[in-house]
Write a protein that binds this ligand. Sequence first.
Ligand code: C5P
Length: 236
Amino acid sequence: MQPTDIAPRDRLIVALDLPGVGPAEAMIARLGDSVTFYKIGYQLAYAGGLPLVRQLASMGKKVFADLKLHDIGNTVARGVESVASLGATFLTVHAYPQTMKAAVEARAGSGLKILAVTVLTSYDDGDLHAAGYRLGVADLVEARAQQAQVLGVDGLVCSPEEAAALRKIVGHRMDLVTPGIRPAGSATGDQKRIMTPAKAIAAGADYLVVGRPVLEAADPRAAADAIVAEIAQSVG
Ligand code: C5P
């Protein structure tokens, strides 16, 4: 993706980390046209939120289904076809070669893009070692990014700190999507490796995933607008 191809507002993905369809619909109504792209993850999806993908798509919004699929190839492929039929724009899978290959083949002909999660940002070298891996985080992220690219995966989810290094590896052929975004002055919460919207864009991110700084703001719409303004300044 060329950095200037995406409008600043379309680079903000608001994570609908809410306990049910009612609160999610209320937040979507409140945000109105200030947000064009939403992420639905485990919490909302498992609380009856998957039909919102189709609903949001019919409203002209884009949806990132953050379902982090990983199973035998056939099961992944059938799951990807179902998510594609809902009208989602992005779907995450874990970056295992068999899983990525099945997902890429199954999304062919649909508007769905597959994003690979290289290494979860809550993992450090010790966690990988405990899980039986030889490589540390940096090496495994790099190896998986390269595999993802070879297999035709459309993009990567990464921490903003990893974005610059990954951009060098994958060039502009893949979308880089970064959570861990905190506008200056907002609460960090449990995120450890954070960046401001402007810095993340400057580091090479195409899309920023933001949850609590928008959802918990006194005025969520103003918070979203402020992030979009910061993105616009950063892309020039
Ligand atoms: O509230 P906050 O802005 O921290 O939300 C970030 C969103 O991005 C959450 O939905 C979280 O699950 C997701 N995410 C993340 N780190 C990753 C992958 C996804 O924070 N590595």
